[in-house]
Design a protein around this ligand. Sequence first.
Ligand SMILES: *Cc1c(COP(=O)(O)O)cnc(C)c1O
Length: 371
Amino acid sequence: MRQVEYENLHFLNYPFFDDYRASFNDTLERGWFILGKNVEIFEQQFAKYIGSKYVIGVASGLDALEIPLKCWDFEPRSEIIVPSNTYIATINAIINCGHIPVFVEPDILTYNIDCQKIEEKITSKTRAIMLVHLYGRPCEMNQIMALCQKHNLELVEDCAQSHAATFDGKMTGTFGVGAFSFYPTKNLGALGDAGAIATNDEAFYLKIKAWRNYGSNIKYKNEYIGDNSRLDEIQAGFLTKKLNHLDAITTRKNEIAQYYLENLDKQFILPTVDERILNAYHIFPVRHPERDKLKAYLLENGIKTEIHYPIAPCDQKSIQDWARNAGVAIDEKDFVLSREIHKTELSLPISTIHSDEDIAYVVEMTNKFSI
Ligand SMILES: *Cc1c(COP(=O)(O)O)cnc(C)c1O
């Protein structure tokens, strides 16, 4: 029986081993490991790639979400709009900064924040929207930008899953402040933790750049309290090498997605197609009422899948404990569709490690599923 893994970091990185070894040797020989040439080069090349004026490398995707919130200096317990179905990091970032996440339901067709439901959640305490281009699919950026302008809100885009994805030809992370993760499994992944923030505002850029390094742009002169959240030289070197292949990675993922879209049976709810976007397909989500049985059946047939994500944020102990301690009421009505997605979603293999034969086998077996 054919075995299809969901992901495999050895095979994922194998094509880049020579590049990575050369980069590592170069860094080792130079003997400079924090904030040096590699970080500067990566920041410049990534900024150019996404079409942003500035990029600041940081230590993780979570830090990339938190640092802009800290740098805006909102008053404590400001309200930040966030989708009710996302990876927990987006919500944790808001809470870690002392603010209140205000949950908005997703659109059941795109799984992204439902723009029609944002305005009713805006109050005098709302300061920003923190949206997520979930699974690599860009949000409705026209509507989001109009809302931000109308209500004078800042915008953070969680681009942890959407490197190279575009809306109307413009890359995600360049509409508001872009927060990227380079966790090893992401479309642009490092060999450890890494992240970056993108902005077009020079003053904000300088503040973030200082913030990641104890609030200091000049040695031993501290302007802000800041964090230690520096992208390190070794990871920056690897990322610069991998960035050269991001177009090819995105293209291959789109090829696999296209094959799935054309060949998967109608009993599965598939991602909807939209001419205005380029989807990065970090994840290929299908939905089915018997998701758990489908997952078990595929595993019996040698196919590994994932669930993104099994538990809705409102059902997480961490969020419930936080809400109780903070005196915040979580309204389950904001999680009806979110829970539905968490209950029915299954992620099919969509990595550059997969051959056409692997993907054809996934389709063949998935289509044979019957309850
Ligand atoms: C991976 C991920 C993050 C967090 O990134 P880290 O680098 O692991 O901190 C945040 N948001 C989303 C949507 C993610 O998928």
